[in-house]
Ligand binder design. Sequence first.
Ligand SMILES: *Cc1c(COP(=O)(O)O)cnc(C)c1O
Length: 421
Amino acid sequence: MTLQQRDKNHIWHPLTQHKLNPNIIGITKAKGAVLFDDNNNAYIDGIASWYTSMYGHCNDYVNNCVYKQMQQLDHVVFTGFTHEPAVKLSEELIKILPDNQTKLFFGDNGSTSVEIAIKMALQYHANLNHNRNVLLAFEDGFHGDTFGAMSVSGLSVYNGPFEKHFLEVIRIPVPNKHNHNEILNQLKSLNATHAIAGFVYEPLVQGAAGMKMHDADGLNSILKFCQTHNIITIADEVMTGFGKTGRYFASDYIATKPDIICMSKSLTAGLVPMSITSCTQKIYDAFYHDDISKGLFHCHTYSANPIACTAALAGLELLQSDAIQNQIKKIIAAHKTFATSIIKHPKIKLVRQLGIILALDLNIEMERYGELRNQLFDYFMSQGVFLRPLGNTIYILAPFVITNDQLNTIYTAITNALDDF
Ligand SMILES: *Cc1c(COP(=O)(O)O)cnc(C)c1O
């Protein structure tokens, strides 16, 4: 039996309506920017397996570091114990985070990094006896699939059955060049009528919304307003973190720094799941108390797993290397050239780029996971390219290690798709 046939017996896949999409592709190996299926077809991983494998799949350097660590210390409870990989990771990560970040809290995945951030914001106010429990978030944001994260996600097309269990959230529009004053006026009146605890946002790029990009100055003025009124700002950098925008963090483009930052995808170089929620001293100090109940009583069993921390350390080293920084520059330039060449195509509505993230909106209307969109996905796979269009948005977020030839294969597949659809 093939992998696909055996898979059908017992496996329930994420984001999958099995009745409509019964055929799951068996992947047997991966190296660099390429995935191989069980018929030995190769696919260029144009989305770095959901923005995780940025230094390439099965990276030898990462694997060797992890192999050594596995023989030294595999796992230990992180309550009451610590270890070298976690401490070293804290020292190295703090160096590249925005200057105001001083403390790191470990979690398991992007969603829980957001849960932790929301708990930090709500309990910050509770510990200081402020009666604040409303959260602000952008329209069309995505922050994960646990309840707190779902609550702040505006993209809740598939969250209908859960909505009545959500936290109290008010949505504001994303800033563009023209609506700064409108948003600030809205914030003023919201702040006068609601007890707002925090603001959760994807800085500059809303990934799941289809790599929608917004205005940095507008975001900066929202953050300034929040910080003036002690609304805790939470940057969800789960997608944007670690070099994808051309800087280490999207927050590096914005003068006002967040109180809390969520990191996960690509933190561990795509090897194992882990997340970190970082915060400022101000947040940490509100929990530092003689009263035990003022502490943050949140824990995941695998908190700061030494293997995951080691993978993250190797990833940070690679990220800061000349080799990867040069690759980032190369991809940014290649995307620019491709964007310029394709922008006039009659089937292209809009092209946008930040760093190595390139997104194209087609003139063709498509449901997020509709029939036409699925045909487009299949078309790319037939060209040896793994891309995951979101509705009529095609985006590329390839591993930093992608070669020029592989990039050109992706561009050609997209150009051909425009002609054939
Ligand atoms: C993927 C993502 C999450 C959720 O992360 P998981 O690891 O899938 O739980 C949260 N926020 C953003 C911006 C993401 O892209």
